[in-house]
Design a protein around this ligand. Structure first.
Ligand code: IPE
Ligand code: IPE
Ligand code: MG
Length: 241
C-alpha cells in the first residue's frame, strides 16, 4: 500500500466533543492528547516520515483569554509529560509558528525539546503553534527581501524551490495526505503553500474520538487516489513503464 511521506492534520472538534458530554471546552482539549499519541504511533509504525499537527492557529489568539490560557497550560504539561516517551521512540519534535506571543516559559521548553530530540532518527513530529499559512508566506517574503537588500541574493534567483526553503517547513517534503476531523471542510489558514497538491480526507468525528480505525481509513483512501500533478492519467501510466 502506498504510504504518504508526510501527513498533516487539523485536529478539530475538541469543543464540540466536550459540549456533547456537557463538559467544559477545556475537557475536550485535554481529551485531545490521546489521539495525538495514537497518530504518532500509527504514523511511526506505517513508515510515515513527517507528521504535522495543527495545535493552535494564529487566529486562535482571538478566543476567550481563559481558553487560550487553558491551551497554553496544556501545551506545557503535555511537553513535560510526553517528551521522554516520544524521544525514546526516536521521534524528533519541532515547532512551527510565530512564537513571539508565547510565554517565555513555553518558548524555553519548546526550544529545549527541539534541541534534545533534534538528532533523533525516527518520525519527524512538527507541531504548529501560533501558526498561520499567511504569516508563514509573509515571513518568507520578508527574509528574502532582506537578503536581496543586503546584496546577498539576486531577486532573479528566487524560484519556487528557493521560496519554499524559507517557509516554516523548510526542507521537509510537502504533505501528501491532509486530514481534518470535526466535520468542517476548510484549510483554516494551515499550510497554504505546502498543501498545494495534498490529498484531502475529512471526517465528521471530533478529534478526541479519532481512533486508529479511522487513521487506517484515511491511509487506505490515500492509497486509492491517483495523483496526477497536472498530467493526464495516460501520461502517468507511460511514466510508470
Ligand atoms: C480544535 O478544537 C482545537 C483548537 C483549535 C485549539 P476546537 O477548540 O476548535 O473545537 P470546536 O471546533 O470548537 O469543536
Ligand atoms: C483550526 O481549527 C485550528 C486548529 C485546529 C488548531 P479552528 O477551529 O480554529 O478553525 P475554524 O475557526 O473553525 O476555521
Ligand atoms: Mg474548531
Amino acid at each position: 500500500m502506498l504510504v504518504p511521506r508526510h501527513v498533516a492534520i487539523i485536529m478539530d472538534g475538541n469543543g464540540r466533543w466536550a459540549h456533547e458530554r456537557a463538559l467544559p471546552r477545556a475537557a475536550g482539549h485535554r481529551a485531545g492528547i490521546k489521539p495525538v499519541r495514537l497518530c504518532v504511533e500509527e504514523c511511526s509504525r506505517r513508515g510515515v516520515e513527517v507528521l504535522t499537527l495543527f495545535a493552535f492557529s494564529s487566529e486562535n489568539w482571538q478566543r476567550p483569554p481563559q481558553e487560550v490560557g487553558v491551551l497554553m497550560q496544556l501545551f506545557l504539561e503535555a511537553l513535560d509529560r510526553e517528551v521522554e516517551e516520544l524521544s525514546s521512540k526516536g521521534v524528533a519534535l519541532s515547532f512551527i509558528g510565530d512564537r513571539t506571543a508565547l510565554a517565555p516559559e513555553l518558548k524555553a521548553r519548546m526550544a529545549g525539546v527541539e534541541a534534545r530530540t533534534g538528532g533523533n532518527r525516527g518520525l519527524k513530529l512538527v507541531v504548529a503553534i501560533g501558526y498561520g499559512g499567511r504569516w508563514d508566506i509573509v515571513e518568507a517574503a520578508r527574509r528574502l527581501a532582506r537578503a536581496c537588500q543586503a546584496g546577498e541574493l539576486d531577486p532573479a534567483a528566487i524560484d519556487e524551490e528557493r521560496f519554499a526553503r524559507e517557509l516554516a517547513l523548510g526542507e521537509l517534503p510537502d504533505p501528501d495526505l491532509f486530514i481534518r476531523t470535526g466535520g468542517d471542510q476548510r484549510i483554516s489558514n494551515f499550510l497554504l503553500w505546502n498543501l498545494a497538491y495534498a490529498e484531502f480526507w475529512f471526517t465528521e468525528t471530533f478529534w478526541p474520538a479519532f481512533g486508529s480505525d479511522e487513521i487506517g481509513q484515511a491511509f487506505a483512501a490515500f492509497a486509492t487516489r491517483e495523483r496526477r500533478f497536472g498530467k493526464t492519467a495516460a501520461q502517468l501510466k507511460a511514466d510508470a513503464c
